[in-house]
Design a protein around this ligand. Structure first.
Ligand code: SIN
Length: 289
């Protein structure tokens, strides 16, 4: 039973974008049901919510995330926050010669965990340590991407399916970054590819969205390889065009909560010598339809 009294939450659309910031809310306190409903609605409407000034503990991030569903544990358990397997450390920091987190998370556009049967509903990323320069995260609206497609292309892809694989770019990333450990047989067994619709219906709003990504989508089911590759390349380009994007420049205390059913995201990167650390929770969604 929640006990916090209804607060003066302000949900303010971020200029020139679909995202919104949330002010006046301390996520370290239990959330009143009315406030939860407003946040839930705003999340569906804006796809990316930026909660400012959050000084919350790992357990408080987990508790808030759980209001939206069951949490998913990332296959790279090496980078879980000690004592909190629900939180993945996203970081370029190396201590005693060992990376403390996943340093190249978000190197390619993607929707989190699209390679599992029930991809993530949403993800929450909480800033811990930010670089003085760079480190932005970009989001691209996949409803708008779908709506902007020519009708002939919409008709062509509407009922196609595609395969998503965690391993699609793993070795390529591993070859050029120190952050990717060799996967054990057990880890590989946990990330079997999944097949999902190329165009999915948002389970709560009913809106259609493109659901393919350069990071995880390997092929369109039932098409010859060359045709599948050409179609995916065209969709990757169309789904990440500049006019579809919101670019988040992180501030201390930011927690960003995005809807993986509505947006894809990309980490812009920062100079290697500048420390960046964030904690990510992911909430399980439904089987895409
Ligand atoms: C991610 O892909 O979840 C990480 C994004 C970021 O580090 O900006």
């Amino acid at each position: 039973m929640s006990t916090q009294t209804v607060t003066r939450i302000e949900i303010r659309p971020l200029p020139g974008s679909f995202a919104a910031e949330v002010l006046g809310l301390d996520l370290g306190q239990p959330l009143a049901d009315d406030d939860f409903r407003r946040i839930h609605r705003a999340h569906l409407d804006h796809h990316v919510l930026v909660f400012r000034d959050q000084r919350i503990t790992p357990q408080q991030q987990i508790d808030f995330s759980r209001r939206f569903g069951q949490l998913q544990i990332h296959v790279l358990h090496q980078f879980a926050l000690p004592g909190h397997p629900e939180l993945l450390i996203v970081s370029n920091i190396v201590e005693n010669g060992q990376p403390i987190g996943l340093g190249d998370a978000g190197h390619y556009w993607h929707s989190d965990l699209s390679y599992v049967e029930r991809p993530s509903l949403g993800s929450m990323l909480l800033a811990q340590e930010l670089p003085a320069e760079g480190g932005d995260t970009l989001f691209a609206d996949q409803h708008a991407a779908w709506e902007a497609l020519p009708e002939t292309l919409q008709a062509r892809i509407r009922h196609l399916k595609a395969e998503h694989s965690y391993l699609a770019k793993y070795e390529e990333l591993r070859a050029r970054s120190p952050w990717r450990p060799k996967l054990s047989d057990e880890q590989i067994a946990k990330v079997k590819p999944s097949v999902h619709p190329v165009v999915r219906e948002h389970p709560e709003t009913g809106r259609l969205a493109l659901f393919v990504s350069e990071h995880f989508t390997t092929r369109i089911v039932g098409l010859p390889d060359d045709e599948s590759r050409a179609l995916l390349d065209e969709l990757f380009e169309r789904s990440t065009r500049p006019e579809l994007r919101y670019r988040h420049a992180w501030r201390d205390g930011d927690m960003v909560f995005w809807d993986n059913r509505s947006v894809m995201h990309l980490a812009a990167g920062c100079p290697d010598d500048l420390r960046r650390r964030l904690h990510r929770s992911t909430i399980e969604g439904t089987v895409p339809r």
